[in-house]
Design a protein around this ligand. Structure first.
Ligand SMILES: C=C(O[C@@H]1C=C(C(=O)O)C=C[C@H]1O)C(=O)O
Length: 195
């Protein structure tokens, strides 16, 4: 029987379709690097790398990276931590046949932000953002909660966004699950979104 937790999330092209609060909407539509905004919104920012390894991608992401079905990809998962509190769980997948020259810095990122390599590379093309409301049973929400050690009450819905990046022939999909603590970040986290 198909695993109910792999139910496809309804990824939408418009943030307003996921009915987020105004402050969460503002985070969802952050233009440019999320890392840069988090750095500007806190006194101490760090990337806590959870792992970077070969893993089978999720059912709702295979097609986004050109795969006919879920299969082994290069997977990186991190927590973005502001002032000691995790505020985003980020999940990145790269197709298995990616040439090392497509993402030359990906394998050696460690706890440097992926954004620092994507947004300053003239060869990188960023696709459109997609947005979703993820239930507590979505695999990424379960992993996020496991990563934060169950800290904080489990929410019924988590807002997430994802984006495909292209460099030469390579594809890379970044998914960001916003944790409730992101809403407690300072007022510095303002953007001039028009969405
Ligand atoms: C894509 C960005 O990089 C951030 C850092 C990531 C990482 O280090 O794995 C993953 C997703 C992003 O939240 C960004 O800053 O916008």
């Amino acid at each position: 029987m198909r695993n109910r937790s792999l139910r496809l999330a309804a990824w939408q092209p418009h943030a307003r379709a996921v009915r987020a609060s105004a402050p969460m909407h503002d985070w969802l539509v952050t233009p440019g690097s999320l890392t840069a905004r988090l750095v500007a919104s806190s006194d101490a920012f760090r990337v806590r790398r959870l792992h970077q390894h070969s893993a089978v991608c999720l059912a709702d992401e295979a097609a986004a990276i050109g795969l006919a079905r879920p299969q082994r990809v290069w997977e990186r998962e991190v927590l973005l931590v502001c002032d000691g509190t995790p505020v985003v769980f980020a999940h990145t997948v790269v197709p298995p046949d990616a040439d090392a020259s497509d993402w030359p810095l990906f394998s050696a990122l460690g706890e440097r932000s992926l954004g620092s390599t994507l947004f300053y590379d003239p060869l990188v093309r960023r696709g459109s953002l997609e947005f979703a409301r993820l239930g507590a049973d979505h695999p990424l929400v379960r992993r996020a909660h496991a990563a934060i050690g169950g800290a904080g009450a489990q929410q019924p819905i988590y807002h997430a966004r994802r984006c495909v990046y292209r460099r030469r022939q390579g594809l890379l999909l970044v998914t960001e699950v916003f944790l409730p603590a992101v809403l407690s970040l300072g007022a510095g986290a303002t953007t001039n979104n028009t969405e």
